[in-house]
Design a protein around this ligand. Structure first.
Ligand code: SF4
Length: 338
């Protein structure tokens, strides 16, 4: 069994109206039946445009939002069904690193206070002296000086603040860290440093990551497996190398064609696929394949029948009725791609 297994997870938010907002008039289908497995010690990269449901899914795993349906099995226990009291015990083992380090750190608390708060709540360290020693150890691991203890979040750079966010997760000795857009608020020059740090920590501490990002370039090197989400569902999942070598879903092909070639000396011969139109509203998702309103290869069947995520070999899964025909070049474009 995998360390973390999601099976048919749905997160539907009710849309309420009326004077007291007590009349449900519909739902936002933020996450709509996602199944995936994260193996111990590995990194699962979850990508997709903003609004595709990937952050909501991450929050659902931690029960920061209510799960409407499905299972979130962590180390053999379905967290989705645990009473809140019991869930609290698991929160230490599943931590989150947020996109905006400044917004997630209390500006009135110094770093010692920020980091020891969770430790005290989870009973880590017999007193503050013991907690302080542990915090010093972790600060060294994330590349921050010991004198950071008495300083405040605004005294640090963006990259250092993200290191503090990572340290806050690490002091609780988690098994899994959900990194939600861990570098998207940082300068490009600092992004690689934080990604490298996450990789080093994974190796030395045996951590398991679920890394959520809108940018395929960010998850490429850190991920063992990548899942691509579109409008609440996984449309493709594959080992990282296989996904980059040969994306099979039209949406992944479009995302991939927008990733710049890292070496400016190398001629970029890839076909650009520019998607027409905006992401449809998750409150009113299209019938059939949810991507059919933007897919350059959409056929009549796509508007009525929802494709299922299917293994097409070697753990490469795709949710498209015509993936094989598109790959073989047997399907005419039905929409312009540029
Ligand atoms: Fe495009 Fe149809 Fe495949 Fe959906 S099922 S991705 S609309 S070809």
């Amino acid at each position: 069994m995998s360390l973390l297994e999601l099976d048919g997870v749905k997160v539907h938010f009710p849309v309420r109206k009326g004077v007291l907002f007590n009349r449900t008039v519909g739902h936002v289908y933020a996450v709509d039946g996602v199944s995936l497995k994260v193996e111990a010690g590995q990194t699962y990269g979850l990508v997709g445009e903003s609004g595709c449901g990937k952050t909501t899914l991450g929050r659902g795993v931690l029960r920061l939002v209510d799960i409407t349906d499905g299972e979130v099995v962590f180390d053999g226990t379905d967290l989705a069904k645990l009473p809140e009291e019991e869930m609290r015990r698991y929160r230490r083992r599943l931590q989150m690193v947020f996109q905006d380090p400044l917004g997630s750190l209390n500006p009135r608390q110094n770093i010692e206070s920020i980091l020891s708060e969770g430790m005290a709540a989870h009973g880590i360290g017999k007193d503050q002296d013991e907690r302080r020693e542990k915090i010093k150890e972790i600060l060294a691991k994330v590349g921050l000086p010991t004198n950071a203890l008495s300083r405040y979040p605004h005294e640090f750079s963006g990259g250092q603040r993200q290191r503090i966010g990572i340290a806050r997760a690490l002091v609780l000795e988690p098994d899994v860290i959900i990194c939600d857009e861990p570098v998207s608020a940082l300068d490009v020059s600092v992004q690689a440093q934080v990604i490298n740090l996450l990789e080093e920590l994974q190796e030395s501490l045996g951590l398991t990551y679920l890394v959520i990002a809108h940018d395929l370039a960010v998850v490429r090197h850190i991920s063992d497996v990548i899942g691509v989400m579109y409008l609440g569902s996984l449309v493709e999942e594959a080992p990282s190398d296989a996904l980059y070598a040969g994306p099979k879903h039209p949406y992944t092909k479009a995302l991939m064609s927008a990733v710049p070639v890292p070496d400016p000396e190398v001629e970029d011969r890839r076909e650009r696929i520019l998607l027409q139109g905006d992401l449809p509203s998750p409150a009113n998702p299209p019938a059939g394949c949810r991507f059919h309103t933007r897919c350059p290869w959409a056929q009549d069947k796509c508007a009525v029948e929802r494709p299922v995520l299917t293994d097409v070999g070697d753990g490469h899964k795709v949710a498209c009725h015509f993936a094989a025909e598109i790959e073989a070049g047997e399907l005419e474009l039905t929409r312009p791609t540029g």
